[in-house]
Design a protein around this ligand. Structure first.
Ligand SMILES: Cc1ncc(COP(=O)(O)O)c(C=O)c1O
Length: 460
């Protein structure tokens, strides 16, 4: 094929920046980049072992199934699959969504559902609908790193509530709500990823789920439940989603096909009460008119085979094994004072190192060793938090790479620990924590963080 001519722009100069800066909207001043997107550029290098992405293992999807479904679409529905579609999504896609939600005990009204371009767009549209600059949004600490840039873009004042092994601490949430009451303020919503949270891997207990829903109903407070991982459970007992406990009055639900089928198809959804949904639909019309009709056809074909739950069962088996591999590697290669979560589902482990190690600095060193993770800072709006933590993904690469990746990260951590020990001993008797003889093992982990913790026994 003949190469299309194109022009490569020279790097942006400060004079270029000045030319455009006066035109930018105020919100661009507080926009933040998604840490994962930034990292993707680096981790695209084939030699890099990436434990950074939130990538499901799409290599396990049978190519023959994909080919057969796309062929069927071409034979039977080319014109419709290449055409615009309704903003709310096709009724057949909504049927598939109802089936997925039914598998976790939820029974939404199809009229309350909108098909979105991934769960990410659902979060964006919910903010577009509800958040004015300065409004309060409450979320977990740490929270989904991809939600942070959304809250920032809409200029929300984001308050993060600490998590422990049972998810968001509801008594802390109550204290924050009481403080806001005193100021005459009320959050627009509470955002939570209750099951196998991204990034911490923790799951909100049933008792806390009930308390959160009860609190939402009593205060008429909206809760946004983001649940990409609920069906990816490989240990413990299933728990009811908040949406099920509430019945859909105060819980707005966000779902996605990304982790149970494919993120490349960019299909997610939101479920909201009719008055909220009406505004979300208007917001989506302005954003992108409709979600890809081609991939909606793909989902319809895929679900008609009735094997979608079998595929999830396969993924669960794979991810359980990889979680075990990562936990074993962490035990072998991370220092004794490191802690980490041991999730019963989902894709992520959250590890915390001694507080003198900054994981953003560590990442720069790790990348030189061709290994990547997400620094904990990305999961906080206040970037001074999460500095000694990291998110590690165990779903996107095989066992061997997990072992090797963790070994390499362990090696750069060990260098930092040695350096710290050498410096603190050299600093002499006055310095604290520089007292001679004080071992790095005695140094506390970040006291400010409730997470992570380490379960001594493996769960699963
Ligand atoms: C908690 C959470 N919400 C939303 C998303 C966005 O997913 P998508 O836009 O691919 O549906 C992700 C992806 O990792 C996630 O972990």
């Amino acid at each position: 094929m003949e190469e299309t001519p194109h022009r490569r722009r020279a790097h942006t100069r400060s004079s270029d920046l000045a030319r455009y800066a006066g035109l930018f909207a105020a919100r661009t001043g507080v926009m933040r980049s998604s840490a994962m997107r930034d990292l993707m550029a680096v981790t695209a290098r084939p030699e890099v072992i990436s434990l950074a992405g939130g990538l499901p293992d799409t290599s396990t999807f049978p190519a023959a199934t994909f080919a057969a479904q796309m062929t069927r679409i071409a034979q039977e529905s080319t014109a419709e699959a290449l055409q615009y579609g309704p903003t709310e999504g096709f009724a057949e896609t909504v049927d598939c969504i109802i089936e997925v939600m039914g598998a976790e005990g939820m029974l939404p009204d199809p009229d309350d559902v909108i098909v979105t371009t991934g769960g990410q767009q659902a979060i964006d549209l919910i903010c577009k609908t509800l958040v004015d600059p300065g409004d309060v949004v409450v979320c977990e600490a740490p929270t989904y790193p991809g939600a942070v840039p959304v809250f920032c873009s809409y200029q929300a004042e984001t308050i993060q509530i600490d998590c422990d092994e049972d998810g968001m601490r509801i008594e802390d949430l109550e204290a924050v709500l009481a403080r806001l009451d005193g100021e005459g303020r009320r959050p627009k919503f509470v955002y939570s990823v209750p099951s196998f949270q991204n990034p911490a891997g923790v799951t909100m207990s049933l008792e806390r789920r009930r308390r959160l829903v009860e609190l939402a109903r009593r205060r008429e407070l909206l809760v946004v439940e983001d649940n990409p991982y609920g069906l990816l459970r490989f240990g413990g007992e299933p728990l009811p989603p908040l949406y099920q406990l509430d019945g859909g009055d105060f819980v707005i639900y966000v779902g996605t096909f990304s982790k149970i089928l494919s993120p490349g198809i960019r299909l997610g959804w939101a479920v909201a009460p009719p008055p909220v949904m009406e505004k979300i639909v208007l917001g989506k019309q302005a954003s992108d008119l409709c979600t890809s009709t081609l991939t909606q056809h793909f989902v319809r074909e895929y679900f008609s085979e009735r094997r979608w739950q079998e595929y999830i069962a396969d993924l669960i088996g794979i991810y359980r094994g990889r979680r075990d591999t990562m936990v074993a590697a962490l035990r072998e290669h991370f220092p004794a004072e490191a802690t980490w979560t041991e999730p019963e589902g989902g894709l992520f482990i959250w590890a915390t190192l001694p507080e003198y190690i900054d994981t953003s600095d560590l990442l720069a060193k790790a990348l030189r060793e061709d290994v990547a993770f997400v620094p904990g800072q990305a999961a906080y709006v206040d970037e001074s938090r999460g500095r000694s933590s990291m998110r590690l993904n165990f779903s996107g690469v095989g066992d061997e790479e997990i072992r090797e990746g963790v070994r390499r990260i362990g090696r750069v951590i060990a260098e930092q620990v040695d350096l710290y020990k050498a410096l603190t001993v050299a600093k002499g008797p006055e310095g604290s924590p520089g007292t001679p003889g004080r071992e790095a093992e005695d140094v506390p982990v970040d006291e400010g963080a409730v997470l992570p913790f380490r379960k001594k026994e493996s769960t699963g």
